[in-house]
Design a protein around this ligand. Sequence first.
Ligand code: AGP
Length: 606
Amino acid sequence: MCGIVAYVGPKDAAPILLEGLQRLEYRGYDSAGVVVSNKGLRMRKVKGRVADLAAVVPARFKGGLGIGHTRWATHGAPSDINAHPHLSGDERIAVVHNGIIENADELRAKLEADGAIFLSETDTEVLSHLIARTVKEADSLEEAVRTALKRVVGTYGIAVIDSERPGEVVVARNGSPIVLGIGEKEMFAASDVAALVRYTRQVVHLEDGEIAVLRADGFNTFASDARETAKETLTVDWEAGHYDTGGYEHYLLKEISEQPDTVARTLRGRLDDRFHIAHLGGLNMDARETRSFRRVKIIGCGSAYYSGQIGAQLIEELARIPADAEPASEFRYRSPVVEADTLYVAISQSGETYDTLAAVQELKRKGGRVLGIVNTVGSAIARECDGGVYLHAGPEVSVASTKAFTSTAVAFALLALHLGRVRDLSPADGRRICDGLRRLPDQIKEILALEPQIRELAGKYAESPSMMFVGRVRGYPVAREGAQKLKEISYVHAEAYPASELKHGPLALIGPDMPTVAIVPDDELLDKNLTTLGEIRARGGRVLMVGHRTTDPKLADDCVVVPKNETELDPILLSIPLQLFAYHAAVALERDVDKPRNLAKSVTVE
Ligand code: AGP
């Protein structure tokens, strides 16, 4: 969701904050603000993008202490006033906040009764007023923040400065990420390492309930009971260049185009030619435990959930263990039965999605064994899980997930191979899957070469008010992800259905205004799928078929033909034309491709 940056050190804070906010803008982008401390607090905040903020921050904004924020509105519409930072009435305290203060109304009423005057509609403003009250009696800003937070119910990542303590920033976390960056006689904090990598690779992740005090010469961290905590410093391997568009028009196209490489990175060092197995060192499970699971339950949100559906299919096919996927956001609320012989797998690109994190925490509370398939090293979900597989796909900046989606599916293929080879999967099938996985990067290059054809098709279909996506069994999660990509970045309404379900209802929607994208792999269901195409065409529906061969023009108006791999791995390749289709549809419709309306990259609120 929103992005936070904080700086304390010898340099001017404002340009560092603005640069950091630009890196975080993909997380939230409806308004932005900074405050710098220099003989009092100087603040600028605006509705709009970070570039709009940069245009109004004057060059005379000097001072080596400051905090900044880019917002994704929860309480109150995007506006200059609702933008963060929020100041206390006496303008002594400034706060930026990610998350949701659930008892904000109650606190606000009490503070108003006590004389506080609120300027914004946000939940955050209660924090600046609360801290302004506690700071007067506290020995330190950290103590004031800790005391104030005891009255707060909800989730937060916050950064706070006090104009009377110009050498320190206090940050705190509960359910919303905060990472510290250690520089040379300077300290940074942010909600995401993306804001830090230009300045440092040495980072420290805060845990829920922790508070940190940052000074130019270092930092201290404290638990909620004020006990000092010891922290491990991590070195991040993501570089500043990963956050550039690298000559592409959009991050999304860059990330789609990176997939031969990102898939290769997910596979690197993990395939064993001798025994045709997968080496997944991070699972932290011995062979006995690996054999003991009778069921696999996969959880994730949005595209992560759809990649989990591909994963469930792979695990059932290769390891012959019953497996299914469920949205983490639903799973956590329905009091699931947690079984000792079920292996739980949580998926998250960011590693910070609140619903997924909360589901993992619920599972752990009930004794579940949870693995994480995560892209961001050291993220909250990665730390919460018992073990897992990192994607190594590099940072994904565009709001729409693409390279993380394919890498997750590849990670599932590795996990399925691993589980299968300690059970029933034969060496011959193991070899077949290993060889198939190795072919993926080159086959993805072949699909990327189809871009001109897919661009033309996207232009042709993008004007439709609505589109249907269908697929059977392995093709169904591909259809769901294809529809998700199209709707989130082009705003064209898209429905995804199992092709087999079409005639049980949604066929009524089919007509000339509702074209269908049909996923038709060359598998044992080919004939069934072709029959479905005939049924659509008979109702005047146009069909764009994505599969392994062209077909009779009576059955499909257009065909995109992708290379064939092993049947189990085909969904990974079939997803890629749909990413390009959504991208070019969004470009044709002149959408803000990397920052689609109403969305944010990491959903760190409920
Ligand atoms: C995908 O294009 C999305 N924008 C969204 O569905 C995303 O996959 C979901 O919010 C989960 O994110 P995560 O992988 O970071 O947990």
